[in-house]
Design a protein around this ligand. Sequence first.
Ligand SMILES: CC(C)(COP(=O)(O)OP(=O)(O)OC[C@H]1O[C@@H](n2cnc3c(N)ncnc32)[C@H](O)[C@@H]1OP(=O)(O)O)[C@@H](O)C(=O)NCCC(=O)NCCS
Length: 239
Amino acid sequence: MSVTPPLPTSPSNTSLVITYNAMSGTAISDDLMKLCAQLFSQPVKMTASKLRSQSVSIPECTVLVTCFQHEKLVGHAFASVWSFEGGVVGWITQLVVDKSLRRRYIATQLLQTLKVHPLFQRVTAVGLVSSHPAACTALAKYAGVSVHAVDLSFIRENAAKVLEASTVDYLKSGQLRGALFQENVGTGAVSSAFTEFYVDHAEPSKALEKFKARGKWCLGELLEGHEYLALFSVSPLSD
Ligand SMILES: CC(C)(COP(=O)(O)OP(=O)(O)OC[C@H]1O[C@@H](n2cnc3c(N)ncnc32)[C@H](O)[C@@H]1OP(=O)(O)O)[C@@H](O)C(=O)NCCC(=O)NCCS
């Protein structure tokens, strides 16, 4: 289904001709999977088959949103939906935007496009783990809240339940870290998961400084091998 929902914030370059599309995990072709793997390989080497096994573990519970600029894939979001004790979560397993087109609200719009997919009509929470503060911010906007005023008690009460019930293998084994989940933490971490995802934090750290300059950064510091854990309550659209 092709959709052009209104942008939550105006893009800085309106001359871009871009289209967004949300599809079920059951409809993702091998060719499209290859394009997604190539795009994701900008930060981390990835093959189409590995990406499919990681991000489309249960196709009928998965949504892929793509963003094409003309014929070129310039952004995508994989998301899975599952029930946990207390609700239904829509979890973003991968969000990536072409390096040359970042900071044009493509990630924001990819996540907003999830809202039109039937699987997302009934979610009561949305979450992700990511090293990038911009990914957390784009998700906060999905939930209609400011990333500078996160409801940390919601994360404390629900993160473990959400991860335990996860249909995504690496999330089940993700260990919750930070002041929300551990006593006497002296690391500065607040809401994160030890996912053993060792990537260069230079770019996210630079972005983090900008977020801190704009207001309170609620999710704390980012330690090596860790990612921020963002989880927000949302009202089901079907209500
Ligand atoms: C994280 C990522 C997907 C963001 O994509 P994007 O299209 O540039 O994000 P958006 O333009 O929608 O920006 C979302 C918010 O973050 C802010 N932002 C984005 N990049 C930023 C940066 N480098 N520095 C400061 N703020 C930034 C935007 O201003 C916006 O905030 P606002 O609504 O308050 O203005 C992109 O940087 C990326 O692909 N990174 C590599 C892969 C990755 O880390 N993915 C996350 C794993 S799940």
